[in-house]
Structures are given as C-alpha cells and as structure tokens.
Ligand binder design. Structure first.
Ligand code: MN
Length: 264
C-alpha cells in the first residue's frame, strides 16, 4: 500500500492571509529539487513508483471543495493507498478525515500546530481553518487527538480541549512530548506554523517559541503505530524566504512516507 500525494489548493477559509492555495506545486518542486536526494532518513526512496505516486492537485471550485476533497481521498483509499495531502490551509483536514476516519477503528491524530484549531466558529465561519478539529471530534472521526507545539490557547479553546478530551501538549510543557506513545492507526496533520518561524517562516500566522524541524522529524520517527494518512498544510509561499519553508514541507513529506513504509 503505497502513499499518494494529493494537492489541495484551497485557502478560502483562511482567517488572516491568503496564499496557502499556491503551496502544492512549490512543495513538489522542493521535493524533486536537485538540491537534495529523494531518500528519507530511514532509507526510503520516495521517487520509487513502488513507494509514492502523485494524484496531482484537486481541481474543483472553492464552493465544491469540501465534497471534492472527501471524494478524492476516498478514491485514494479505495485504491489501497494512503493519502499524503499538501495544503492549502488547515480547513482541508476535516473533509480528509471524513473520508479516512470511519475506515480506522481507534484512530489517533497526531496534530502539530501552534494553534489547537478547536474554535466552534471563527469570524462566524464554522468551516474556518481554525475549526477543523472541533468538527472532527464532534463527528467522532478519531478516538484520540494528540496536539503538540501548541502555544496560543485562549479560554474558549481551553474549554474545547476539555470538552473533547484532547491531549494538548503545550510548548511550555514540551518535555512531556518525550513520553508520547503513538501506536495503532495514526493520521498525522502538520501545520507548518507548529514549527518556530525561525525554521518555517512561510506561514500566515507566525508564532514564536515553536518546535524545531528536528523536533518534528523526531516525533515522526518515534511513531510505533501505522501511519495511514497525513497532511502538511498552511505553507504560505507569499511569506517565505528563499523557499526555505517549501524545503521543510518537502522534508517532512519524505519522513512521513518513510515512516509509512515501515508498516506497509
Ligand atoms: Mn496553525
């Protein structure tokens, strides 16, 4: 069961800046750039057609994006593959999980982010990129939601963490990341703003005090369960410096696919 890249070029539910919709081709360009080679650190060649294929970018109008995302991920799963979605903003994760969640009993989501994205609604939008994990938990599309990198909790979002039983590891408590056990089926959702802006400047909501690139790679390598799908979202090329964040996104794709291969 190989991995399949799927570009989700949508940012119409972003609350602050547009630009994330332009990310997928730039992440691909970094992934295949001769600046690096196609091997993960765990020794997997992601350029092998045995390992990863590419379904291209979804081409549906914004007002049909939600259903189109769910349909495209369903087709990847029906083909026996595992989706690796390139955002787009974080609003794409709810429809991805609508397709994937019901297929995996006891699914754990590992969610890397500066923000918990648990708002009931933001600016009146229940589909905002700040809300997907509220929708996912309401619909019980995962059993366990583990958040790391969080450093923006407000009272409403603290209430939502309690309401949904989220395992929210704030940056100020980052040492407890070391004890994390991630087994069973795992979906990994990486918002690049979970990393410190020094590591990933090309994001719409830079929040200082975050994870290093190595912290995130270490988390991925430490997963003992089966990674059944993933997304890398919120890369905003309009805010990037020398494509640095595109290279971080591409690196994380390689390591995600490398970890997927372990359980294939
Ligand atoms: Mn975020």
């Amino acid at each position: 069961m190989a991995a399949t890249l799927l570009g989700l070029p949508y940012d119409h539910h972003s609350s602050h800046l547009r630009g994330a919709a332009e990310a997928p081709p730039l992440i691909r360009a970094a992934l295949w750039s001769p600046a690096s080679n196609p091997f993960s650190e765990t020794g997997v060649d992601v350029s092998s057609s045995d390992v990863m294929s590419d379904a291209g970018d979804l081409d549906a109008p914004e007002d049909a994006a939600h259903d189109a995302i769910e349909g495209a991920v369903t087709r990847i799963l029906d083909a026996g593959s595992r989706p690796v979605c390139l955002g787009g903003d974080h609003a794409v994760t709810w429809p991805v999980l609508r397709a994937l969640g019901p297929r995996h009993e006891g699914l754990t989501i590992l969610h890397v982010d500066a923000h918990p994205d648990l708002y009931d609604a933001l600016d009146g939008d229940p589909l905002s990129h700040a809300t997907p994990f509220a929708r996912i938990m309401e619909e019980k599309l995962a059993t366990r939601l583990v958040q790391v990198g969080i450093r923006t909790l407000n009272p409403h979002q603290r209430d939502q963490v309690t309401r949904f039983g989220v395992e929210c590891i704030e940056m100020r408590d980052r040492s407890s990341m070391d004890a994390l056990v991630l087994d069973g089926p795992i979906y990994v959702s990486i918002d690049l703003d979970g990393l410190d802006p020094a590591h990933a400047p090309g994001v719409s909501h830079p929040e200082p005090g975050g994870l290093t690139t190595r912290d995130v790679i270490g988390l991925l390598h430490g997963i003992t369960g089966e990674v059944v799908g993933a997304d890398v979202v919120e890369y905003n090329p309009r805010r990037d410096i020398h494509d640095l964040t595109a290279y971080v996104a591409a690196k994380l794709v390689k390591e995600l696919v490398g970890v997927m291969e372990r359980s294939r």
